[in-house]
Ligand binder design. Structure first.
Ligand code: MV4
Length: 504
């Protein structure tokens, strides 16, 4: 087993990995940028290495700095967490070349799944159902036209090097295709340095259900049930649950076995997630594979009773998985809310600043993974995820009631957060019944837009978010101190309802 592990990440996930290290008798080492000098992940680590300026492309994203930090402290292994370098095959290769162990899959599996077209070929070869479409990039507009005709409109154009909703375009009819094709190509070229796009049939009102799996170096791969991830806003997940309210044991087994087949075809080792779209008839289609530990892994841990980070570290050290497929039993229901330093009343604008008061969630059935503390200043440089609040209970209904209670106790002051938004969702009748698809959040935020937007694919968030960050830097000083810059009459209906409900 390793004696020292470098955590190439920050925030709540770095804290979560450090906890696993402590539990396993491994010394956790943090890395930090200028903006993270006082961050929680640095405080909980045994040692910490400064790796440069605040901008992540000068610190957390610089492969040589991470490798040098590991060498400097004599770490045997590196855990990349999620985001940053976690799915970078070049990083995986560099870690290996430095004689260190990456807590993650082989570079070859990252490369294969990093290309959506080669991932589709792998899934198809493994006999797993795909969304109908092409497994090769389109060569010409003429090819796009004939494929689209054969598949049948509406279709989606997706970037071969994309993923997570980036570089996607919905095409409803033939007369939209030519312009969508050239737009998709130029978006793909500028975002991913690869202009190639492919076609998928458009699945209307899908659910996003993903299978967690983990493999060891001895040929064992086990799936640990599913996560329901349909509640997203602009391709960012906001609430995840385990199990999915729409899966039964039969479908779970078929999807789990399909996911394992994909992983085997990729020569997969360590923790990974296979994403599927589920149509309204509950047919499932392979979408993509994420070759990392995911943000929402705790809901799987709560329901299966397994520690995925412990298991990742064990298999990376060459040990066999500590369980077999038959050992995996699912009990109860877990729900996760991603608590962000964002203002839901202002288009989810980032809300950096000092947390002046914090009452952390606690009590029966609560798991709280946080990278923040009272008095800490949320930096503007990174994803503003403050914490993940998870609840577990024997049934989904009890978990929703527990979530409502915990959200009402949880208090964060000094910055705006997404807490009020979650308090409203937890009280929504459709959410309570588990009746939702990937369009739920948009309809929830803007019920009037239901008809006109229900099938729409939201725009790529990157540019809008950059503008939002710029805007908040300008407005922050003047807005500080006021509870809300908006008159109450201008507040959204859901916010008012949530406040009233909370008073009751
Ligand atoms: C789709 C789709 C419908 N049909 N593909 C968005 C994120 C990326 N992982 C795939 N996405 C979608 N792909 C086909 N062929 C609809 C979406 C989609 C979506 C998927 C999951 C969760 C939320 C979503 C919101 C809008 C669109």
């Amino acid at each position: 087993m390793f004696s020292k592990l470098l955590i190439a990440n920050r925030g709540e996930i770095a804290v979560r990995i450090a906890r696993a290290c402590r539990e396993m008798g491994i010394s956790p080492v943090a890395v930090y940028s200028d903006a993270d000098r006082a961050s929680l992940h640095v405080r909980v680590a045994e040692q910490a290495v400064h790796i440069g300026p605040s901008a992540s492309n000068e610190s957390y994203l610089v492969i040589e700095k991470i490798i040098a930090a590991a060498r400097q402290v004599g770490a045997d292994a590196i855990h990349p967490g999620y985001g940053f370098l976690s799915e970078n095959a070049g990083f995986a290769q560099a870690v290996e070349d430095a004689g260190l162990i990456l807590i993650g899959p082989p570079a070859s599996a990252m490369r294969l799944m990093g290309s959506k077209t080669s991932a589709r070929i792998a899934a198809q070869t493994a006999g797993v159902p795909l969304v109908p479409g092409t497994t090769n990039s389109l060569a010409t507009l003429q090819e796009a036209e004939s494929v689209a005709e054969a598949v049948g409109y509406p279709i989606m154009l997706k970037a071969a090097s994309g993923g997570g909703g980036k570089g996607m375009r919905l095409v409803r009819s033939r007369d939209e295709l030519a312009s969508a094709y050239s737009l998709a190509q130029s978006e793909a070229a500028s975002s991913f340095n690869d202009a190639s796009v492919y076609i998928e049939k458009y699945i209307d009102r899908p659910r996003h259900v993903e299978i967690q799996l983990i493999g060891d170096h001895h040929g064992n791969i086990v799936y640990l049930g599913e996560r329901e991830c349909s509640l997203q806003r602009r391709h960012q997940k906001v609430i995840e649950e385990c199990p999915s309210p729409v899966l039964d044991e039969g479908l779970r087994q078929r999807m789990g076995e399909a996911a394992v087949k994909v992983a085997r075809a990729a020569g997969y080792v360590n923790a990974g997630t296979v994403e599927f779209l589920l149509d309204e008839q509950r047919n499932f289609y392979f979408l993509e594979m994420n070759t990392r530990l995911q943000v929402e892994h705790p809901v799987t841990e709560l329901v299966t009773g397994r520690d995925l980070v412990h298991e990742q570290i064990r298999v990376a050290a060459g040990e066999k998985l500590s369980f077999s497929q038959d050992d995996i039993l699912m009990r109860g229901a877990a729900i996760e809310c991603r608590i962000y330093a964002e203002d839901p009343d202002n288009g989810f604008l980032p809300s950096p600043g000092v947390i002046t008061r914090l009452v952390e969630p606690a009590g029966p059935g609560v798991r709280y993974d946080s990278g923040s503390y009272q008095g800490w200043e949320v930096p503007i440089f990174y994803d503003p995820l403050l914490a993940k609040l998870c609840v577990w209970a024997e049934t989904r209904e009890a978990a929703v009631h527990r979530l409502t209670r915990v959200l009402d106790e949880y208090t964060i002051e000094g910055i705006s957060t997404t807490l009020p938004f979650f308090r409203a969702i937890a009280r929504d009748p459709e959410f309570r019944r588990g009746e939702f698809d990937t369009g739920f959040i948009d309809r929830f935020l803007d019920p009037d837009a239901r008809a006109k937007r229900s099938n729409d694919v939201p725009a790529d968030p990157t540019l809008a978010d950059l503008a939002a960050i710029t805007a908040v830097l300008h407005t922050k000083a003047s807005a500080r101190g006021a509870e809300s810059s908006q008159p109450r009459s201008a507040e959204s209906r859901w916010k008012l309802e949530a406040r009233l409900a909370q008073r009751r």
